[in-house]
Design a protein around this ligand. Structure first.
Ligand SMILES: Cc1ncc(COP(=O)(O)O)c(C=O)c1O
Length: 387
């Protein structure tokens, strides 16, 4: 069994612990539940692979180890039942956001709009702006059960009005935790096909899905999505490797992949890092059991937090997500502005990500990828903050 209950002092090694998003009381222990990395140890299959690479004393230019793409193929088959992925469809990328920016530049011209579901991951906001494109938001709307759904009519209107040629999908969706179903992806596919829209599908959270939800690669939803999708992934979320920068893309269509590869090489930064490549090979060849136990542990954290919030903090509405390792909490019932809520939580040492980070308001995202004792501490602090 992996020791997910173990407390690791990350101070000095972690943005989450060293640079809280907003001011916190100095006389209280810090409880950082914001940025999306984990407070768990990376498993030995990763650290051993890095150590083994270090045994060779040269670190000069080298081609990406072919075991990298094969490890991605094997992981996709084992974890998500993907059977038709070939190593040549996989390209090593320095970071997911960098890969997305290159995809935006491949599919659109400066000044054009990129369609994005709101609320959206911060990286899309900056990535689109820094690429000189415009973020065109289409809100996710909640149905009678409180489930976030795409508004297809609004998407179509925006596609038409803004002459959209590129949609960013995120599945599992950060921050709402939705995992798009086959039916939803088919609807998106139909709409995109009608207007010739390409899809960038960010699936960096693909390993964090809770049954009965199932992650379906957007590219595999329909024939259209297969030939019109640039998908981005990383081992970074699952194995806590964000500091190593270790992402990759998957593009099935030969022509699209060639155009994308050309564009993603243009910044001359996007060269695989030798140790990241070793880490990903180690993770994907030996990390299956770790990933199973990790996802199960996190789901127990989610359930414990959800039940506590429903019982003890009823002014906050909590929903169990289908994927990711974060809870997306509705603060509407607290009557507090986001600023006031942050002030109160900061006074308790608690840091969560406000919806303003995601082009929204009135919600907070709580990171559950930490030891259960920290979750319990955070919940008590939240209750005290809102009392
Ligand atoms: C949806 C999504 N994409 C990408 C990233 C970041 O990936 P990277 O660090 O590889 O750029 C995150 C991090 O939280 C994320 O939530």
């Amino acid at each position: 069994m992996y020791q997910f209950d173990q407390i690791i002092d990350r101070r000095g090694y972690s943005s989450k612990w060293d640079k809280p998003l907003y001011p916190v009381a100095q006389d209280k222990p810090l409880i950082p539940m914001w940025i999306a990395d984990m407070d768990f140890a990376t498993p030995p299959c990763v650290t051993d692979a890095i150590r083994q690479r270090l045994e060779h004393p040269t670190f000069g230019y080298c081609d990406t180890d072919p075991r990298f793409a094969q490890a991605v193929v094997d992981w996709a088959r084992a974890r998500r039942g993907v059977t038709d992925l070939k190593p040549e469809y996989v390209q090593c990328q320095n970071s997911t956001v960098g890969a997305i920016v290159a995809a935006i530049k491949t599919l659109t011209q400066p000044g054009e709009g990129v369609l994005v579901h709101l609320p959206n991951y911060t990286g899309f906001t900056y990535g689109i702006a820094d690429a000189g494109r415009r973020l065109v938001g289409t809100p996710l709307v909640r149905d009678e059960q409180g489930v976030f759904r795409m508004d297809l009519a609004d998407m179509e209107e925006k596609i038409r009005a803004e002459k959209i040629r590129c949609l960013i999908l995120c599945s599992p969706h950060n921050p709402t935790g939705r995992v798009w179903t086959q039916q939803e992806l088919e609807q998106v596919s139909e709409l995109c096909e009608k207007y010739g829209v390409y899809i960038i599908s960010d699936e960096v959270w693909a390993d964090f899905v809770f049954a009965p939800a199932r992650q379906i690669a957007t590219a595999l939803a329909t024939d259209y999505t297969r030939s019109h999708t640039i998908a981005t992934y990383g081992a970074t979320k699952t194995f806590n490797l964000a500091g190593l920068r270790a992402a990759y893309s998957i593009v099935y269509d030969d022509q699209l992949r060639a155009a994308y590869q050309k564009k993603s090489a243009e910044n001359h930064y996007n060269v695989p890092n030798t140790l990241s490549v070793a880490a990903v090979i180690g993770a994907y060849t030996g990390g299956g059991e770790y990933a199973d136990q990790l996802v199960a542990y996190i789901y127990e954290n989610m359930k414990a937090a959800h039940e506590y919030i429903c019982r003890e903090i009823p002014q906050v509405a909590s929903y169990l997500p289908e994927g990711t390792y974060t809870l997306w909490l509705d603060f509407g019932g607290t009557g507090l502005s986001d600023e006031e809520a942050m002030k109160r939580m900061g006074a308790q040492g608690l840091v969560m990500s406000p919806a303003s980070e995601y082009n929204g308001s009135g919600w907070f995202r709580m990171n559950m990828a930490c030891p259960r004792s920290q979750v319990e501490q955070a919940l008590k602090a939240l209750k005290a903050a809102l009392a």
